[in-house]
Design a protein around this ligand. Structure first.
Ligand code: ZN
Length: 87
C-alpha cells in the first residue's frame, strides 16, 4: 500500500524528474497539493495521472518520472543546501 496519505504520514515525499533524455531536471512534489488534487487514497503504485500532468520547468516537456524520496524533513537535503553559505 502506497497511497498519498501514507507517503506523507511516513515523512517521505515524491520527486519528479523530467523524462527528457537531455534534461532530467528534478523537483520535489508538494504532497498537500497532490492530496488535494488526487485524494488521500490515491495509489502511487503504477500511477500515471500525476506523472502525465507534470510539465518540466526547464525544458517544458510534458510527463515526468516520479520517484519516492526518503524523509525530506529538516535535516536532510534542504539543510545541506543552506549550509553552503557558511563556507
Ligand atoms: Zn526538462
Amino acid at each position: 500500500m502506497t497511497t498519498l496519505s501514507e507517503i506523507k504520514a511516513s515523512g517521505m515525499g515524491l520527486m519528479a524528474n523530467c523524462a527528457g533524455p537531455n534534461c532530467g531536471h528534478g523537483k520535489p512534489l508538494d504532497m498537500d497539493m497532490l492530496i488535494e488534487r488526487f485524494g488521500t487514497d490515491y495509489e502511487m503504485v503504477g500511477e500515471r495521472r500525476i506523472s502525465a500532468s507534470l510539465k518540466c520547468d526547464r525544458c517544458g516537456r510534458k510527463g515526468a518520472v516520479i520517484h519516492s524520496l526518503a524523509n525530506t524533513m529538516p535535516n536532510g537535503y534542504a539543510k545541506a543546501k543552506d549550509d553552503r553559505s557558511d563556507c
